[in-house]
Design a protein around this ligand. Sequence first.
Ligand code: NAD
Ligand code: DAU
Length: 351
Amino acid sequence: MKRKILITGGAGFIGSHVVRLFVNKYPEYQVINLDALTYAGNLENLLDVKDKPNYTFEKGDITDEAFIDQLFEQYQFDGVIHLAAESHVDRSIMDPLAFIKTNVLGTAVLLNACKRLWKDNTEGKRFYHVSTDEVYGSLGEEGLFTEKTAYDPRSPYSASKASSDHFVMAYYHTYHLPVVMSNCSNNYGSHHFPEKLIPLAIYNIRNNKPVPVYGKGENIRDWLWVDDHARAIDTIFHQGRTGETYNIGGINEWKNIDLIRLLCTIMDKKLGRTPGTSAQLITFVKDRAGHDLRYAIDATKLNQELGWQPSLQFEEGLEKTVDWYLANEEWLQHVTSGAYQHYYEQQYQTR
Ligand code: NAD
Ligand code: DAU
């Protein structure tokens, strides 16, 4: 019988890359993608795998306990890779409760369902929680986040992710649930929702709109190619030690303003504009409340224990990302017009 793997949030940015990797790499698994299709969930991210025999989509909310219990009963999952979340810091500042509901309660509902299903036999079972480096707070100019860095979340988003991380470890210590976890830095690549810095800037430059840079653009992020993150998740899911957490990062720190200037240079080249044209769109705007200054990851543990390392140089990855957005204007047009939200009704409900 096929091993049944539940991936939550598989219609989102990172989740869709993880689903694609697992469906293509592991024909011996049945991959079930559970997603509520919030504004961030887009089934058009998965057009290339939607008809594969080892792929199933289920629409549902991880906070709906009765639904989750029924789903676990129906599929008898062997493994869970949990990515579903509210993920945007700016939205968390506007509406913290939505983040507490999905990220904290939703994670606890899934942990409970696993505990119930696997109570008699945890052999070969695994709950993988995908988390963020933001739980560690903000760095000064020096130092890196390690797995031993104390938690110090500072936004409603990172507080909700930190809380979910603590529940995951509490289920490991209290109930011996076989968990593993990772905390990753900023991802970039294709299918990224254009509310986040890089896809928003690409969209705005393409359309000659202002590119908003918060504050003075001095904040630093450590950027990782999304497929390198998906590869790390695959490695940790299969080889990571139970009860452990692994930091994942790009060893690739960029000040926001330097990143945006590089992006402008790439866009000028790709769009055949005179050098310097796109940079004129850069607009400094009011800073994000509580804006963390710097994130940077020490991924030594993952590298030394499991041999993972990033594969792509940032300049090359950023160029590939721009190429993808320019070649997929229909995807972007559907996202910005809202048309993507009708895909589920059209493709699934009329069957
Ligand atoms: P995303 O916002 O693109 O996707 C989230 C997905 O979860 C969407 O498909 C959405 O529909 C789904 N979802 C939201 N609420 C749900 C609910 N209640 N029930 C079921 N599905 C629900 O997010 P992303 O950027 O792909 O991030 C995925 C995970 O990785 C998150 O847990 C995030 O915290 C973590 N993470 C993200 C980054 C990053 O740079 N994007 C870095 C580190 C960790
Ligand atoms: O570090 C991992 C985290 O990275 C993930 O856990 C989050 O889910 C993900 O959204 C991301 O969070 P950030 O807040 O770092 O990403 P965002 O793209 O929103 O912002 C990146 C930086 O750019 C940050 O310093 C804020 C700034 N920014 C962002 C936007 C949207 C701007 O200057 N202008 C903008 O318009």
